[in-house]
Design a protein around this ligand. Structure first.
Ligand SMILES: Nc1ncnc2c1ncn2[C@@H]1O[C@H](COP(=O)(O)OP(=O)(O)OP(=O)(O)O)[C@@H](O)[C@H]1O
Length: 254
């Protein structure tokens, strides 16, 4: 069964395409690594799946799950955490994001939700940190909090953008175990990653992106020397401003 499909998806900033005519499907319960050189469009693709970016052309179609059911972890560098909020409230706020729970958040969280949040905190190894302000955490501790937040969201589709970049080996190891649990529970996991060893060991599917899709399928079949050379070769030819995409205009005219 398919969780979501990308149909001839083109994503642009001011009509300059950064993801170009990508087609394929993420199976329900699969774990897919999105890999590719810097600027390949990986984060942009995740943003389009989340709904933060409207496709220029083509579609993101949700099949086995609804968009509102997904959990999304942006790159940590893009998350503001200099606000006076505790670890526990950060986790509870994550749960509140899941649709109708906003109302309950403003009315205060229930005892059951607080207990679930404390259990999630325990699962990420941060018991005792609940009253700490998030601004006082290390990057690794903060990443654990963000994973606890996803645990509470209980989402069938989980999108992670570079979850282990600048995170120490111990934290990465612990968080990868949580990803393995999600996989064992049949959740669909899509993660932008740069570490090929991590991909080979923990992700059965890979989408290799270099603005265009270079390969999409079992990781061992996609991460070949030839494919990686092709992806890097394409990256070397990128210019600051990609040409405006005319293929769609031609298709309409044809
Ligand atoms: N808001 C924006 N406005 C204009 N261009 C953007 C914007 N966000 C990203 N880009 C450009 O789109 C291209 C793809 O960016 P994206 O962040 O999706 O790449 P990436 O594959 O995630 O890269 P990295 O591995 O470096 O994180 C880059 O050339 C980037 O400069």
């Amino acid at each position: 069964m398919t969780a979501l499909t990308l149909e001839n998806l083109t994503l642009s900033y001011q009509r300059h395409p950064v993801v170009h005519h990508v087609t394929g499907a993420f199976r329900s319960g699969s774990s897919t690594a999105i890999v590719g050189p810097n600027g390949a469009g990986k984060s942009t693709l995740l943003k389009a799946i989340v709904g933060l970016l409207t496709p220029d052309h083509g579609h993101v179609r949700f099949e086995g799950v609804a968009r509102r059911q997904l959990a999304y972890l942006p790159q940590q560098a893009n998350i503001e955490r200099q606000f006076p909020i505790s670890v526990l409230d950060t986790i509870l706020l994550g749960a509140a994001h899941a649709g109708s729970r906003w109302q309950r958040w403003f009315g205060g969280s229930s005892k059951a939700e607080r207990e679930r949040a404390l259990a999630a905190l325990d699962q990420v190894g941060l018991t005792g940190f609940e009253e700490r302000p998030v601004g006082a955490l290390s990057s690794g501790q903060f990443q654990r909090v963000l994973f606890a937040r996803i645990l509470l969201q209980d989402a069938p589709l989980i999108l992670l953008d570079e979850p282990f970049t600048a995170i120490d080996a111990r934290t990465t190891h612990d968080l990868l175990r949580i990803v393995a649990h999600w996989q064992a529970e049949g959740r669909t996991v899509i993660a932008v990653l740069h570490d090929f060893e991590q991909v080979h060991r923990h992700f059965d599917q890979t989408l290799l992106l270099a603005k265009e899709c270079i390969g999409w399928g079992p990781s061992a079949e996609v991460l070949t020397r030839d494919n990686l050379l092709r992806a890097n070769g394409m990256a070397e030819r990128w210019v600051a401003d990609a040409a405006v995409c005319h293929r769609d205009d031609e298709e309409v005219a044809a």
